[in-house]
Write a protein that binds this ligand. Structure first.
Ligand SMILES: O=C(O)CCC(=O)C(=O)O
Ligand SMILES: [Fe+2]
Length: 339
């Protein structure tokens, strides 16, 4: 199930294993970091000023950079996240459907490219500069949003149960071009939403009070958004039945004691240090309920599912019928099939 390892020729990306801290090995790690980032990000984004990111997050609550992520990264992550969309009783990592959305939350178990992104020096540096020395990956996902999905205005400073005062940031990048159903953020709302002690806001409340502060991010694939979790935001609803938006989400916050389950393929961890261990939550509880919570009932009954179910029912029925045939007939049928 793991995505094919990054090929140096394809991507110019390689990582070094570091266990000691000799100058030579640190130099190798730094060179590995640079190659990793050159494969993940577009060169314009690699020269961003982190002070600018921090300042935008502080003042507006968000930071946006168009086409920051390389097409290679997007293609690889999309492939890894959609290889097994429905894996009913398959002994592998697969995605889930939650009505009008598809999710693959265990991206760190199937995508080395996503692992490289999440633990890249650039992502870790942004987290460190904005959140301080203590921060942890709280939730992550590749997701697709289809027409008819309605996301209400909300903040993300919450646990699986309720609103919470936990400073945090979210990285979202678009895997497809987003000309509709884009991310929207109420500029400056991270500065006052904490006083409210709740996370959800009605469309009417936002329209009546904050319409002029709504910022909308229609941007091409690879565009990166980073925002303060206290800010009020949503994905703009789209009714068109054929609409699909593909995105990746990564939430990091300063509560290092807990997170959603973080399931990592150990094959991807070619370098481990205290910061990465803290970020991934090694040895720490990860008992928040995974989002989204789905059951078989949240799987839409569409043509694809009907085909899968029909094939399954026909297979089980014919197997059952076959096992009830006399032994000699079963042998004859087997011989016929082998011919
Ligand atoms: O996809 C988006 O535009 C927003 C996603 C979001 O707010 C969330 O998953 O909490
Ligand atoms: Fe959100």
């Amino acid at each position: 199930m793991a995505g094919a390892p990054l090929n140096i020729d394809d991507s110019g990306c390689s990582l070094e294993i570091s266990v000691d801290e000799t100058p030579a090995s640190s130099r190798r790690v730094r060179a590995g970091d640079k190659q990793n980032e050159a494969a993940l990000f577009c060169s314009e984004f690699l020269s961003v000023d982190i002070d600018q990111i921090v300042s935008d997050l502080n003042v507006n609550g968000y930071y946006a950079f168009p086409s920051a992520i390389s097409q290679y990264t997007l293609k690889t992550i999309e492939r890894d996240a959609t290889q097994t969309r429905i894996g009913l009783n398959e002994n592998s990592i697969s995605g889930v459907y939650s009505e009008k959305q598809y999710y693959l939350t265990n991206l760190l178990a199937v995508s080395k490219t996503f692992y490289n992104f999440a633990t890249s020096s650039l992502v870790l540096k942004i987290c460190e500069r904005y959140l301080g020395n203590e921060f942890r990956l709280k939730a992550l996902r590749y997701y697709e949003t289809y027409g008819g999905h309605h996301m209400q205005w909300h903040t993300d400073n919450k646990t699986d149960k309720a609103f919470a005062h936990i400073p945090g940031i979210i990285f979202i990048f678009y895997v497809s071009d987003v000309e509709d159903g884009e991310f929207q953020y109420i500029e400056g709302s991270h500065l006052w939403s904490g006083e409210k002690a709740y996370s959800d806001y009605t469309d009417e409340f936002i329209e009546a009070n904050y319409e002029s502060a709504i910022r909308s991010f229609k941007m091409p694939s690879g565009s990166l958004l980073i925002y303060n979790t206290y800010g009020i935001h949503r994905a703009r609803p789209v009714n068109n039945k054929n609409f699909v938006r593909k995105s990746v989400f990564l939430q990091v916050d300063s509560e290092i004691q807990r997170s959603e389950p973080i399931i990592v393929n150990t094959e991807f961890i070619t370098r481990l240090n205290d910061q990465i261990s803290m970020f991934l939550g090694f040895g720490q509880p990860s008992d928040y309920e995974v989002f989204p919570k789905t059951t078989l009932n949240s799987l839409p009954l569409d043509k694809k599912i009907i085909r899968v179910m029909t094939r399954y029912v026909l297979y089980r029925l014919s197997r059952g019928a076959f096992s009830r045939l006399p032994h000699s007939v079963r042998l004859a049928v087997r011989r016929l099939i082998k011919r």
